[in-house]
Design a protein around this ligand. Structure first.
Ligand code: CDP
Length: 203
């Protein structure tokens, strides 16, 4: 039996951390769909046509070590606005979402477009300042040289682009539970997510 857990939200809201913990808790595979767009963005920066890049994804590209850089994040949000790029990635995400035994997907449009009938939907968010601080610590821990102001500007620019695009804009699904993690520790956010999903599993 399949059970799709859709976790959406703006940049650096904690979706990745929560999704990994939820996937481990329920023993389900996890797909970070942002990585698909990051790979397409990175291939565009390398000179490829983004639509062709999305249609010819190469597993080796997922091992690139520049996928988490702000430059690739910006490129990802640009290619993510192209309907042909999104269309090329739909089938893979939908079949992952319906794997037997369940699956966790995180992104921007999982609960609205990829898996509108997901059994559990969460929209994870946090204030701009909190998200920027978390991402700043994440990037500097990896040795990237960025300032807090640059990180904040990057998140806000991507959010604006992601929310205003015509195809699959970032927004909570009508039936998503909104989890504002601004005042929560990671453990509290994970516990809240698991409690909601558990209630949906029993429903
Ligand atoms: O980790 P972070 O939240 O900063 O970004 P990400 O989840 O890796 O996504 C990078 C970019 O890919 C986003 O800014 C979106 O433009 C795009 N994306 C999307 O359009 N749809 C998705 N399902 C996932 C990501």
């Amino acid at each position: 039996m399949s059970f799709c857990i859709a976790i959406d939200g703006p940049a650096a809201a904690g979706k990745g951390t929560i999704s990994k913990a939820v996937a481990a808790h329920f023993d389900m595979p996890h797909l970070d769909t942002g990585l698909l767009y990051r790979v397409v963005g990175a291939r565009m920066l390398a000179g490829l046509d983004p639509i062709e890049a999305a249609q010819t994804l190469d597993p080796a590209d997922f091992d690139r070590d520049d996928l988490r850089t702000p430059a690739v994040a910006q490129a990802a949000s640009k290619v993510a606005a192209l309907p042909e790029v999104r269309a090329a990635l739909v089938d893979f995400q939908r079949s992952f979402a319906r794997r037997a035994g369940g699956a966790v997907l995180d992104g921007r449009d999982i609960g609205t477009v990829i898996c509108p009938d997901a059994e559990a939907k969460l929209y994870v968010t946090a204030s701009d300042q909190v998200r920027a601080e978390r991402r700043y610590l994440e990037l500097t821990e990896k040795g990237q040289s960025v300032t807090r102001d640059q990180v904040l500007a990057d998140l806000q620019e991507r959010d604006r682009r992601d929310q205003s695009r015509a195809t699959a804009p970032l927004k909570p699904a009508e039936d998503a539970v909104v989890l504002d993690t601004s005042q929560m520790t990671i453990d509290q956010a994970v516990a809240a997510a698991i409690a909601h999903i558990q209630s949906r599993r029993l429903a």
